[in-house]
Every structure is written in structure tokens, then in C-alpha cells.
Design a protein. Sequence first.
Length: 145
Amino acid sequence: MSGSEKFKTVKQIFHQQFNYISGKNKKQFGIWMDSHKATIIGRENLNSGEFMVIANEFNPVKSGNSNENAANNSERTSQDKFFKGITTHMQNAEELHITGTGQVQEQFINYLASTPQFKNTVAEQSTSNKMGEEKLVDYISEKFN
């Protein structure tokens, strides 16, 4: 192996290590959510590329229970399905930024912490008003850069 070939190899290794340390190769996701809708942002190639909208999940509002206990159970089941639907788009997530209105972000973070697949995911949260998808992509990109 010539000197220039060794230099290229060392340079490639350095860039791989730098990208890993700086988070460029981490599986990063962002979510804007309220209790009815979640917009999931991820990278084009899972762990590289630009951020983009990868999915929207909806939590339909159900009503009609005359019994308060039944209504609470139905709401909890519906929320669990909503959260599970969100996580299907974030396989092996390492870092997550959740934003939105209300308290649902904290409930989602607690759900992730109790799920073995996501217990080591680093999650941060913020509060923000509803925004368009393009603005949301920019917002999440800023959080990870």
C-alpha cells in the first residue's frame, strides 16, 4: 500500500469517526404532535441525507361511551395505538426531538421509556404551535445541527 493510499484510508476512517461522533450517522427523528396528529420527520436514507416528512399518524377521536371508566379505557387504548403507529416509522431511533402543544409529548416520551426497543433513545422535547411541514423540517434540522 503506497503512502497516498494509506493517507486516503486514514482520512476515510477519520471522516467515518467524525460523522459518528457528530451524530451524522445516528438515526435521528423529529415529531410534531398533539393528541390527534403526529408528523414524523426522518432522514432520507435513515441515518444520512436531509430531513424530510416520512409519515403522518392520526388518533381518531372516539365518543359515545356513557360510562366514564369505559371512556377512559377507550381513550388509553386509542392513545397506545396512536403511539405504536408513530414508533413503526422510527425503527432503531437513537435521538428524537418531540415538539407540539399540550402534554402529549411527555406522555409519548414515557411510552418510549417503557418500550424495550426505545428505552435507550435520547429524547428531548419542546413546545411549539402547529406549523407547516416545510417549516417543521427546518425546525427539526436545526435541532440536530
